[in-house]
Design a protein around this ligand. Structure first.
Ligand SMILES: NC(=O)c1ccc[n+]([C@@H]2O[C@H](COP(=O)([O-])OP(=O)(O)OC[C@H]3O[C@@H](n4cnc5c(N)ncnc54)[C@H](O)[C@@H]3O)[C@@H](O)[C@H]2O)c1
Ligand SMILES: N[C@@H](CCO)C(=O)O
Ligand code: NA
Length: 815
């Protein structure tokens, strides 16, 4: 025999009652279950409210009427007219009785816990009566049972303690007489020996189901609700939370301790003791298998079963020399708290025994503090103890699961996820059962922390990167289109989801908690945006406090650079193709690195040199493995490379420059390429990464342009001057050609010196063969001493650059 318990949301509406009936219909062929019902959703709370209003002599009639109407409406909708009247009459009797009781509360201006329980009992009685009547339309031999007659309790109204032996007997006797009927039992309510109504406290209908199940040795207890089972985390916090197939009793208890909402496992203890399996099922999705809670679970692949959290706690910290080695101390402390009925959520003690930290509900904190001050007055006055301090606005998160037991690396994974996201851990507790590790953190970090930890443990789910992008030009635009087209691939092959949460260019910006749809980012930016304000952008990004964040700079502006350090310090990784940051003052370059290291986040800038070519990464790997760089020789201007490779035949120099610009190889201002500045920045960044603390003034650059071109004050003027100096460039070319050589602008780092020179090289030179916007770099090192390591390929252009930025972002996601 099974117990099927339907909670408030499963009995609150016409649709849910229909669903309930069809669930019963498919269940009945396997034998009659016992159905336990809650009050219609929301009714218990309404009754509490109405009772309170009555006590204060306020008008409650409308609210009472609305409860009545809900029951009547259901009857009207689901019963044929001819069958309605007897139900209406009985319901009217219930509501008249309730009205009478409320009247007396009003007259006496007194609402005792006993009266309150009596008032609340109408919720379950009306719902069970109504639904059992509706069931008569579908099933034979239906019986409505007032469960309060069969569960006997003490007189602790509001949260009564059950007399199990007596209740078991009453239930068994009743069932023996009526097992042929389809029984509908009121949940939540019970009675004292002398017949006064009591209630069973939080999760009371679950408790009723467990008591009946245990008394009758049910084969299964089904808890029908409005979600697909117990989830891995609170779905209001973690969008990706998913239903668990199976939990052990212990896991269910641990998860619920910190607030799993669908079932309140402590009430299921009678079922646990008899090893009866419990299933959480969704009334609105009955085909879904739901969550099984049972004693012997199958081995699971999940490293943890879930993350539970308590939104608001306060911690008290007690410390002092008086505690060391005093065995009675914590005994006194905790019996004091228990005497005061203060529930201790979590305790940690330093191994020096010098301090104890414990967490309580904020409502209990001041009381706890005062009680401690009183109890330990002597120790406090003699300085053996320090006056305890309170810390509020904190939350607790706990990871729970039996697989954590004896598995090294679990706590590392937890703290790594928290650390990388800049979540400061205030206190830690691990039960010696190893089923649960709990940490206390700031309340404002709760959502970020739970999401980051969920991502870290449930790696079979997509991990989400939250990306904030500056710049919607050549590179920015291309990055968005690459991200957009690669989304499905990333999801499938990298278990990664990249969500763009903010976009800004120099005119407009837009940030969104939902993320920006990359198929229409341009319209979104036009329609919803505000005026660009970088300071504000960064502030908002930080305030969103999301896990796994990346700040991407695709501008050529000095302004974003001012924010890198503060962004890194707030545990947000930075990816930049903008070279201004790393080629500024050396102290600034160092500060970025230090900020990233300290915060444990990434600062990636692969595209600063050679666009998407793996140059920065290669150099870093060489350095990390202890190699020494003796020489770097390189062509690192894609623009100049393109110009020399295409300045052939009767083509004009300035036309080729314009073509390079049109192809997206040049900087936004092409003068930055031709005057060597862009090349200088790249050589400087390489030299710094190779361990030389250099400034830009240390780089010597041979001008490739005549003085008149260098002096041009606008881009238009620049092109005019290139045209005017056409013969200068023709000369350079023909001289080289006459000698069987080609022109190459080459950078070199050797003996701590960096120079960039214009050279004519013949075919014996390794840099002779180049095409398109090719870059080439050769590293001569201790290990690559005879023949250098060479990286070569297209070193400019929107596609290859955006791809490099993309790869940096993904690499952050992979860590
Ligand atoms: N083109 C290449 O092959 C290549 C290769 C490697 C690196 N880069 C680098 O890429 C960067 C972008 O180049 P691009 O060609 O896309 O430039 P672009 O001029 O096309 O676009 C720059 C974007 O930055 C925005 N912007 C400027 N200042 C801003 C600010 N303060 N806040 C927010 N947005 C701002 C502009 O509105 C524009 O959308 C440059 O730093 C360049 O050095 C380019
Ligand atoms: N303008 C740059 C882009 C790549 O950094 C170049 O021409 O090399
Ligand atoms: Na690169």
């Amino acid at each position: 025999m099974k117990i099927l318990k339907f909670g408030g949301t499963s009995v609150g509406s016409i649709a849910s009652i229909k669903a309930l009936m069809s669930i019963l219909e498919s269940e009945l062929p396997q034998g009659n279950p016992i159905v336990v019902l809650s009050a219609f959703s929301g009714v218990t709370n309404q009754l509490i409210d109405i009772a309170e209003k009555a006590r204060q002599e306020q008008d409650y009639s409308a609210e009472l009427k609305s409860i009545e109407n809900r029951h009547f409406d259901v009857v009207r909708a689901l019963l044929p007219a001819a069958a309605q009247n007897p139900v209406f009459s009985k319901l009217t009797i219930y509501f008249n009785q309730l009205e009478d009781i409320l009247q007396s509360v009003s007259v006496l201006k007194e609402l005792s816990p006993q009266t309150r329980d009596l008032i609340l009992s109408f919720g379950e009685r009306c719902s069970t009566f109504t639904i059992s009547h509706l069931a008569r339309q579908h099933f034979k031999d239906v019986l409505a049972v007032d469960g309060s007659e069969y569960i006997k309790t003490d007189a602790a109204f509001g949260n009564a303690r059950v007399n199990t032996a007596l209740s078991d007997l009453l239930i068994q006797n009743f069932y023996n007489l009526h097992q042929a009927s389809l029984l509908f039992v009121t949940g939540f309510i019970a009675s004292t020996d002398d017949g006064r109504i009591t209630t069973l406290g939080r999760g009371g209908s679950d408790y009723t189901a467990a008591i009946w199940g245990s008394a009758l040795a049910a084969s299964e207890i089904q808890i029908w609700t409005d979600v697909d089972g117990m989830l891995t985390a609170d779905p209001r916090i973690v969008e990706k939370a998913f239903p668990l197939k199976e939990l052990s009793y212990t896991e269910a208890m641990e998860l619920s301790y910190f607030g799993a909402k669908v079932v309140y496992p402590p009430t299921m203890t009678p079922a646990f003791l008899k090893k009866i399996p419990i299933v959480i099922k969704n009334t609105f999705n009955p085909a879904f298998e739901g969550t099984y809670i049972r004693p012997d679970t199958q081995p699971s692949d999940l490293p943890i079963k879930g993350i539970s959290s308590i939104n608001d706690v306060t911690i008290l910290n007690l410390s002092g020399s008086g505690m060391v080695g005093k065995s009675g101390f914590s005994g006194r402390l905790f019996s004091l708290l228990s005497r005061e009925q203060i529930n201790v959520i979590l305790i940690t003690q330093s191994s020096s025994e010098h301090s104890i930290t414990f967490a309580v509900k904020p409502d209990d904190a001041v009381n706890a503090l005062q009680m401690i001050n009183k109890e330990f007055e002597l120790e406090l006055q003699t300085n053996k103890l320090e006056y305890p301090s309170l810390e509020s606005n904190l939350s607790v998160i706990a990871i729970v699961g039996e697989n954590m037991r004896h598995t090294p690396g679990m706590s590392a994974r937890l703290f790594n996820a928290l650390g990388r996201n800049g979540v400061n851990v205030r206190a830690i507790a691990q039960g010696s059962s190893e089923y649960n590790i709990s940490v206390i953190l700031s309340k404002e970090d709760l959502s970020k922390a739970v999401n980051a930890v969920h991502d870290a443990f449930f790696s079979q789910l997509k991990k989400t990167l939250h990306v904030f992008c500056l710049g919607t030009g050549n590179i920015g635009k291309t990055l968005f289109s690459q991200l957009h087209s690669q989304m499905p691939y990333l999801a499938q092959h990298n278990d990664l989801e990249v969500k763009v949460m903010g976009i800004s260019n120099s005119r407009k910006m837009h940030l969104s908690m939902e993320g920006i749809d990359l198929s229409s980012w341009e319209e979104t930016l036009e329609t919803y945006s505000e005026k660009a304000d970088l300071q504000h952008f960064v502030k908002r990004m930080r305030a969103m406090n999301l896990p796994n964040c990346v700040f991407v700079d695709n501008t050529a502006s000095a302004e974003p650079v001012q924010f890198y350090e503060q962004v890194l310090k707030s545990s947000i990784s930075v990816v930049t193709c903008n070279k201004i940051g790393n080629s500024g003052d050396y102290s600034q370059y160092q500060a970025f690195k230090k900020a990233a290291r300290t915060a444990g986040v990434d600062f990636y800038y692969e595209t600063n040199v050679g666009a998407g070519l793996p140059i920065i990464r290669t150099l870093r790997d060489l350095m990390l493995s202890g190699d020494k760089i003796s020489r770097i020789e390189a062509i690192l201007s894609g623009t100049i490379s393109y110009i020399f490779n295409n300045f052939r035949g009767d083509r004009k120099f300035h036309d080729v420059v314009r073509e390079a610009q049109e192809k997206g190889y040049t900087e936004p201002d092409p003068r930055d390429d031709l005057n060597g500045k862009d090349f200088m920045r790249k050589m400087l960044i390489l030299a710094r990464d190779a361990g030389h603390p250099m400034e830009s003034s240390d780089v010597s650059i041979e001008n490739m342009l005549p003085a008149a071109c260098m002096a041009a004050t606008t881009v238009a003027e620049f092109y005019t001057s290139l045209e005017a100096n056409a013969s200068y460039f023709e000369n350079l070319k023909s001289q080289a050609e006459a000698a069987g050589k080609v022109l190459r602008y080459i950078g070199k780092l050797e003996h701590g010196k960096v120079e960039i020179t214009l050279q004519s090289v013949d075919e014996s030179h390794p840099f002779y063969m180049m095409s398109g916007s090719d870059n080439i770099i050769s590293f001569t090192t201790n290990r690559y001493s005879q023949r250098p390591m060479v990286v070569k390929g297209p070193g400019a252009g929107a596609e290859v650059t955006a791809a490099g930025v993309f790869a940096d972002i993904i690499n952050i996601g992979k860590r």
